[in-house]
Design a protein around this ligand. Sequence first.
Ligand SMILES: [Zn+2]
Length: 64
Amino acid sequence: MEFLTEQVVSCPYCGEAIEVLIDHQEAGHQYIEDCQVCCKPIIFNVALGSLGNLSVSVRDENEA
Ligand SMILES: [Zn+2]
């Protein structure tokens, strides 16, 4: 079973809306992707909720 979930997040640096596609295999993982607008590295965190829903949050690399 494979679900792709589309989420829209905002770049923590420039605020640009970014569409990301995540799947269940990425739950619990984080990855880094450069913002297409400001080219700074955004840290994406993919989490699996108790209802089986995927959510993604972003933070900048300077946050602890
Ligand atoms: Zn940006």
